[in-house]
Design a protein around this ligand. Structure first.
Ligand code: NAD
Length: 354
């Protein structure tokens, strides 16, 4: 397992540091892990003058999987766009052709009170949202600004999906459904958009190869509503880039804190970059306050999706659950009865539970 560690910015080195301890624990048991270390985002700009420098590109291409903390911070907000930390993130995703973004929205029973919805609506929640990451209106051409015939300014973007792009993300959706509850909901806007009509046709055709999976289709506006009304009706959701961007953020709030949610971005061969969904939290950086669990749970996804080591993933998940059950909480998920701990003490607890 060649794993590249990219702490990034802000709280990145604190939370990734705790996840690395989990990897070192496995390594000490004989799991064949080799770690390399690099820079991405603002840290890479500081060290190399670019958010995704050549040195990191080389390390990223050589690795089987990447663990990323988070990028960004106020120090870098005034840089020209091409040098901003987010460009490092977009750059590495594009370079490695990471087209499938997997974001679970799951609620640990111990954290039911952290959700903004009623316990009976969210307890037991376990959804996987699969978002296409390299196409759609974010990348379609033409795009730009112009002055129209009436002399008025216009902005325009192009929604675009080719059959092959839909097929490969649909396949990820069906495969994930096969590993879970065998239900796949494809989200589109086929009542209005031609791109979505093609999307629905292709996903329906793909469904014939997965007779065990119960396939349904839902318009995105309805999906946004259903996620709040009755989120447990979903198992796996597959959707395009812009719809997935919005729905996955909405779903993350069902689970309470963003400090708990991992994500994976995969290529066609299950090489992947794994990262918590939250940002670099500059307000708490360096204060031993950040919750490392989303990063540690990202490792669990790595073990499952890139390395096929469901046994190690299950041990990480069980350790996190037992630590939560013991009452330990970082500030973002604290409640009145909990034992408040910092980043490092949370890492200690997880490593010892493993
Ligand atoms: P943020 O996710 O960094 O923080 C939002 C709030 O959540 C803050 O109050 C923060 O303290 C808290 N928070 C986040 N992660 C936490 C954790 N692990 N434990 C405890 N509390 C946590 O979002 P933001 O403030 O909008 O953005 C800050 C910076 O992060 C910006 O530069 C932004 O561009 C960047 N960002 C990066 C990513 C990424 O790397 N994928 C994602 C989102 C934002």
């Amino acid at each position: 397992m060649k794993i590249l560690i990219l702490p990034g910015d802000g709280i990145g080195s604190e939370i990734v540091g705790q996840a690395v301890r989990v990897l070192e624990k496995f390594k000490s048991e004989g799991v064949p892990i080799t770690l390399s270390h690099g820079h991405l985002g603002g840290a890479a700009y500081d060290a190399h003058g670019h958010p995704y420098p050549e040195a990191t590109q080389q390390l990223a291409r050589d690795a089987d999987a990447i663990l990323l903390g988070c990028v960004g911070g106020p120090n870098y907000d005034t840089l020209p766009r091409a040098l901003r930390p987010e460009q490092g993130l977009l750059g590495i995703r594009k370079d490695l052709k990471l087209f499938a973004n997997l974001r679970p929205a799951m609620l640990f029973p111990e954290l039911v009170a952290s959700s903004s919805l009623k316990p009976e609506i969210v307890s037991g929640l376990d959804i996987m949202i699969i978002r296409e990451l390299t196409g759609d209106i974010y990348f379609g051409q033409p795009r730009g600004r112009r002055t129209n015939a009436a002399g008025e300014d216009e902005g325009f973007d192009t929604m675009h999906y080719a059959r092959s792009e839909i097929e490969r993300i649909a396949r990820v959706g069906f495969e994930a459904a096969m590993k879970r509850g065998k239900k796949l909901c494809s989200v589109d806007k086929a009542n209005v958009l031609d791109t979505s009509i093609l999307w629905r046709e292709v996903v329906t055709e793909m469904g014939k190869h997965y007779p065990e999976v119960q396939l349904s289709h839902m318009y995105v506006d309805n999906a946004a509503m259903q996620l709040i009304r009755a989120p447990k009706q979903f198992d796996v959701i597959v959707t395009g880039n812009i719809f997935g961007d919005i729905l996955s953020d909405e779903a993350s709030m069902l689970a309470g804190s963003i400090g708990m949610l991992p994500s994976a971005s995969l290529d066609a061969n299950n090489k992947g970059m794994y990262e918590p969904i939250h940002g670099s939290a500059p307000d708490i950086a360096g204060m031993d306050k950040a919750n490392p669990l989303a990063t540690i749970l990202s490792l669990s996804m790595m073990m499952r999706y890139t390395f096929g080591r469901d046994d190690l993933a299950a041990r990480i998940d069980a350790a996190v659950r037992s630590v939560l059950a013991s009452g330990k909480r970082t500030g973002d998920i604290a409640d009145i009865n909990c034992q408040l701990v910092g980043t490092k003490a949370m890492g200690d607890a997880v490593v010892s539970a493993i």
